[in-house]
Design a protein around this ligand. Structure first.
Ligand code: ADP
Ligand code: NI
Length: 218
């Protein structure tokens, strides 16, 4: 099958799968990660673009949060779909490895698998958590959990355990210090790093303005 047709069919499949997804992981998150991954891949001449695109499109096909913490579901669904399209088994295996290693959540992905394509898709996914979009997603998530925007009496806690991280009612601004501001130093590719620096600077300016307005400064 030609590459463009396969990508188009994958887009249709992912849209259908995510029809009822929550706002942080809806089709438009996938769309941004896909576009950003392509932008990065264009600067990395040895990257297999088809593998990057398929992995970006399929990376959040079944969030383990909604499947009882089972993170084997996404690779399986992705694999079944790609097999139904007659994709080369070697490519299917690579896509499955990438999507099962993209998140380090819970520390169970020990990073035993590495590839340029994984590095690219992971960078693109992290970039969607910072900058203007990252700010929007963070406050959207905080709103969904009915958390305060900011509380001067509740400073960020950088030593949270995984459990504390999951179950808390901390102000959304804290999430910037606990996660978002740390992401720029975790980028894999030079292009991803440069994009992260710019988005990071935007978030820093944002929080500075936020505190100024909080205290009524003009
Ligand atoms: P991932 O994109 O790695 O799967 P999550 O599912 O944890 O990450 O989060 C989805 C979005 O919600 C991200 O933009 C993330 O920054 C945001 N988010 C996650 N946890 C919080 C939190 N405690 N406060 C505010 N935003 C959060
Ligand atoms: Ni994602």
């Amino acid at each position: 099958m030609d590459n463009e047709l396969l990508i188009n069919r994958t887009v249709d499949f992912v849209k259908e799968q995510l029809a009822n997804a929550e706002g942080g992981h809806d089709w438009w998150h996938i769309h941004r990660v896909w576009k950003t991954a392509k932008t990065i891949a264009e600067q990395e001449p040895v990257a297999n673009l088809e593998l990057v695109e398929l992995s970006a499109l399929l990376h959040d096909i079944a969030d383990s949060k909604f499947h009882g913490g089972d993170d084997t579901v996404a690779p399986r669904i992705a694999g079944e779909f790609l097999a139904s399209q007659g994709v080369d088994p070697a490519i299917i295996q690579e896509v499955q490895l990438i999507i099962s290693h993209i998140s380090f959540k819970g520390g169970h992905n020990k990073g035993t698998y590495q590839s340029l394509e994984l590095s690219i898709v992971q960078d693109a996914d992290r970039l969607d958590a910072i900058g203007a979009i990252g700010i929007a997603r963070a406050f959207n998530y905080g709103g969904f959990k009915n958390r305060p925007l900011y509380d001067p009496a509740q400073p960020p806690n950088l030593q949270k355990t995984v459990e504390q991280y999951k179950f808390n009612n901390d102000p959304t601004i804290n999430h910037f210090y606990e996660k978002l501001f740390l992401l720029k130093d975790r980028m894999n590719t030079a292009t991803g790093k440069a994009m992260a620096e710019q988005r990071h600077a935007f978030m820093e300016a944002y929080v500075e303005q936020f505190y100024a307005e909080w205290d009524g400064h003009r």
